[in-house]
Design a protein around this ligand. Structure first.
Ligand code: GLC
Length: 558
């Protein structure tokens, strides 16, 4: 049996630990063929930008053939590439070109549902007989109403429209279920053939050289076997806006078999063939209760922490205040450490479903977040564009594309084209019209101008990624929250052999004084989120922080 220190040593050699992951939303990254939509050859052309930004892993949102009802999250074939994005050969070239630059690739895997144009569904909907008959969630009507219409099996509602999840299929005289758009039928994961099919899809991509997966919407893969009605949410009112919140989703998600299915998927990554170079998956599940630490830990325990971790989505739910973050970070990392040295945290502060970081926080605080994120342990995720502090775009009503948009802009504002330069369409495309309008501020806020500007957000990100990649402590060191003597300042240390870094993050709109306990001796200032701050004095472990500033110091334990 291995001793704990041996396991730790093994853990330290694993590449996901400390990795910087950059999420590319392919439609909006770079358009190489002037059709107004980003593509894979476009990503290949821009790889040196990512190499220069020192990202370690790229996660590609879906690039599979798709009718684009949900912009690729409705997959019609898991083993190919949509012609809009390129070809399978382009994907092979991308994998090779990224690996040549020492960048790994995660594919987005969508196991909960397919497109209604997937061959499996086209067959399945034809009749109750045949190979694919039981691959989706089909149910008889509860009965027929007075108008002779079939009655839905239960009261569940979908995330996008807030209406019933059930859609009638005349050919089968049955309903199918869809958790998201009506064009995204849910697969039946209780069917072992569905599970085997997905494991084979994983092997297909792993054999092509993919290093792992971001796994989409996993919470919905297992449902209550009896499909019981869900209770009304007593806190819901029409002003909430999102109709999905009208019910408490205690039966339509996080069902009893979820961890069995995820473990089966994780086991593929751990197959002998793939062990030579570690493969990994990160699962998408937003916490549902008030006990976030317990929920996250459930995922670490329910999957295999050697090859899998859940996303940490606290940035989308915790109030942006020092105390809740102090409490969360302390409890979460302590729980992870106790559970297993293999467990890797995985923080995301932005993605294609959430309001842009700089829009949520403001420009100054978003710079502080960069310092915070890139000194946290585990995997850290940067959503394309956040490195230049891109803000939500404005989408005129007639141009709204997102199927989840119910009378508003939906998720389009965080998906506007990446702002490469001050050229037409921000240098994203030479087409007349990009698929979504380029954000208005692109002439002043773009990668080219920020590359030249030593005080830009991009320059800050580059300093931080360089520091993280060159620092054994930031990638693999221990983590502990420290007292700051100030309730609006969060502080934590990353340490190895008693030496390392202290990060201080101010949530305050004023200048604040911080006093770090004497045993964590500040020896040197390293970096600040404030571009003007090139030096920072600390005497007797007392330092001052500007409004919303984050700063890194070199420390040693005495
Ligand atoms: C995930 C994706 C989101 C998509 C949904 C359905 O939440 O991030 O973009 O709409 O799953 O696949």
């Amino acid at each position: 049996m291995k001793s704990i220190s041996q396991t730790k040593k093994h853990a330290r050699q694993r590449w996901p630990e400390g990795a910087i992951v950059y999420q590319i939303y392919p439609r909006s990254f770079y358009d190489s063929n002037a059709d107004g939509i980003g593509d894979i050859p476009g990503i290949i052309q821009k790889l040196d930008y990512l190499k220069n930004l020192e990202v370690n892993v790229i996660w590609l949102s879906p690039f599979y053939p798709s009718p684009m009802a949900d912009f690729g999250y409705d997959v019609a074939d898991y083993r190919d590439v949509d012609p809009i994005f390129g070809t399978l050969d382009d994907m092979d070239r991308l994998i090779e070109a990224a690996h040549r630059r020492n960048i790994k690739l995660f594919a987005d895997l969508v196991p909960n549902h397919t497109s209604d144009q997937h061959e499996w569904f086209k067959e399945s909907k034809k009749s109750r007989e045949g190979k694919f008959a039981d691959w989706y969630i089909w149910r008889d009507p509860l009965g027929w109403n007075k108008k002779d219409q079939p009655i839905v099996p239960n009261n569940w509602i979908d995330l996008f429209s807030g209406e019933t999840v059930w859609e009638w299929e005349p050919a089968r005289q049955q309903f199918y279920m869809h958790t998201f758009d009506v064009h995204q039928p849910d697969l039946d994961w209780t069917n072992p053939e569905v599970r085997e099919a997905f494991k084979d899809i994983m092997r297909f991509w792993l054999d092509r050289g993919i290093d792992g997966f971001r796994v989409d919407a996993i919470s919905f893969m297992s449902k209550d076997p009896e499909l019981r009605d869900e209770p009304k949410n007593p806190h819901y009112s029409d002003e909430v806006g999102w109709k999905y919140l009208a019910l408490e989703h205690i039966y339509s998600m996080n069902g009893p078999k979820l961890f069995d299915y995820l473990s089966e998927m994780a086991a593929v990554l751990d197959e002998e063939k793939y062990q030579k170079s570690l493969r990994f998956m990160v699962t998408e599940a937003y916490p549902q209760t008030h006990e976030h630490v317990k929920e996250y830990l459930g995922f670490y325990k329910g999957m295999n922490p050697k090859v899998a971790a859940p996303f940490n989505f606290e940035s989308f739910s915790l109030p942006w205040e020092a105390e809740p973050w102090r409490k969360f970070l302390h409890e979460f990392h302590q729980a992870l450490d106790i559970f297993s040295p293999l467990a890797i945290s995985s923080y995301a502060f932005g993605n294609h479903d959430q309001t842009r970081l700089a829009t949520r926080m403001g420009d100054t605080a978003a710079r502080g977040v960069a310092v915070f994120l890139l000194t946290l342990p585990g995997m850290v995720f940067i959503y394309n564009g956040d490195e230049i502090g891109m803000r939500n775009g404005k989408i005129p009503p007639e141009m709204v594309q997102d199927p989840s948009a119910a009378g508003d802009e939906g998720r389009d504002p965080e998906r506007t084209p990446l702002q490469w330069s001050a050229a037409k369409n921000a240098g994203f495309t030479t087409a007349d019209t990009p698929w979504l309008p380029v954000s208005e501020d692109y002439q002043t806020n773009n990668i080219a101008s920020q590359t030249r500007d030593p005080s830009s957000c991009l320059t800050l990100y580059k300093q931080l990624t360089r520091l993280r990649n060159s620092s054994d402590v930031l990638r693999h060191g221990s983590f502990a929250v420290v007292q700051t003597g100030n309730e609006s300042i969060l502080g934590f240390v990353r340490l190895k052999d008693g030496k390392g870094y202290l990060t201080l993050l101010s949530f305050s709109p004023q200048i604040e004084e911080v006093k770090i306990p004497a045993d964590t001796k500040i020896t040197r200032f390293k970096l600040s989120s404030d571009a003007e701050t090139k030096h920072k004095k600390s005497s007797n472990n007392i330092v001052h922080l500007l409004p919303n500033e984050a700063a890194i110091f070199v420390v040693k334990i005495v």
